[in-house]
Ligand binder design. Sequence first.
Ligand code: C5P
Length: 405
Amino acid sequence: MLQGKHILVGISGGIAAYKIPELIRSLIKAGAEVRVATTKNALQFVTELTLQTVSGSRVYSDVFAAINEHSTEHISLPEWCDAMIVAPATANVLAKMAAGIADDALTTTICSCTARKPIVVAPAMNDKMWESPATQQAIETIRGWENVTVMEPAEGMLACGVVGKGRMPEIEELQEALEYALTPKTMVGKRVLITAGGTQEQIDPVRFISNYSTGKMGMALAQSCARRGAEVTLVCGNVSAPLHNPLGHIHRIDALSAQAMHEACLKAWPQQDIAILCAAVADFAPETKAENKIKKEALSVQDSVFSLHLKETPDIAKALGDSKRADQRLIGFALETEHEKENALHKMERKNLDAIVLNSLRDKGAGFGTDTNIVTILQADGSVTALPLQSKALISEEILRVLFS
Ligand code: C5P
């Protein structure tokens, strides 16, 4: 988490530099302190005054500026920071980085940072420059360095007007890559299955039964596991929350109905070490799905009442619990409105879960669609951990700390 972290933002001279003030604002909003180092060319795209204003700190862009007469900021900035991000990283800066060339404020700073601190590199350039063997060779070299996380450029419309690979990833993705770089890798080698969102049970091609789940908690858990180095399979029902997956560690499968989610989970389960079942799965679905839109006139309505026949859906948690091996851990969620603890404990036992995360709709700030949650973690060994109101991102970090560290 970025609260209290010192982040050094390095900017080189690509058009995407104009987006970096937004990144700086976002990092500061997340509680980080930011300092900035740039090439001279970067300041053609974004002004020093803008960077200074948004970061609240002087910009380091000239090794020989009078103000730096007695200072060596290319050494002190890497010492000050917890992590550095180079965005956008141009072909020129990547090549210099790979060769250890340090001939300006940014490249001297990068050179003295690489051996000591985590660095995220976000290449952005024209697609032809990205494909150049020189760039690819530089990328390959840098990827091999222990502290460096290299992001893939995104595909899309480039500044030169063509569509291709070379765009700088979005701000949220850059920020998530920084979170990854800063998080100790305590789940390397672990495979984690997560379900998220509400299921949609179709009545006909235009109607369905669903619930208010947005998938926020599941997305946050998937991101927290990926930051720790886990390989995540995320099975999504109907989700509206965004997923930030900048390094591709989360494999997303869309499975809208309870039946589809059940099939996807059962197939994945034997390969997993852990499953965290966060999805709000419908307990009942229409007995049959109509081929065509059901017309009002065709319904058999009696006393203004129309009845829909529902059949039970598979209980995914119970199916995984029944086939759980001794080396696997299964975590469920429970959303209750009354007799909360009693109901959750009963669910944990019935579904053979190792722990259940309880949230109550009676708590203000908990439940569907909110950015925050209040949960209590009940474990099969009898331990109980109550977590106070906080963001779903922080709750997911806490859940992993309590259950897997
Ligand atoms: O029984 P209830 O739906 O309240 O149980 C909640 C837990 O069981 C959650 O972890 C939920 O994801 C899971 N569940 C499931 N399959 C169902 C119903 C619930 O996996 N059909």
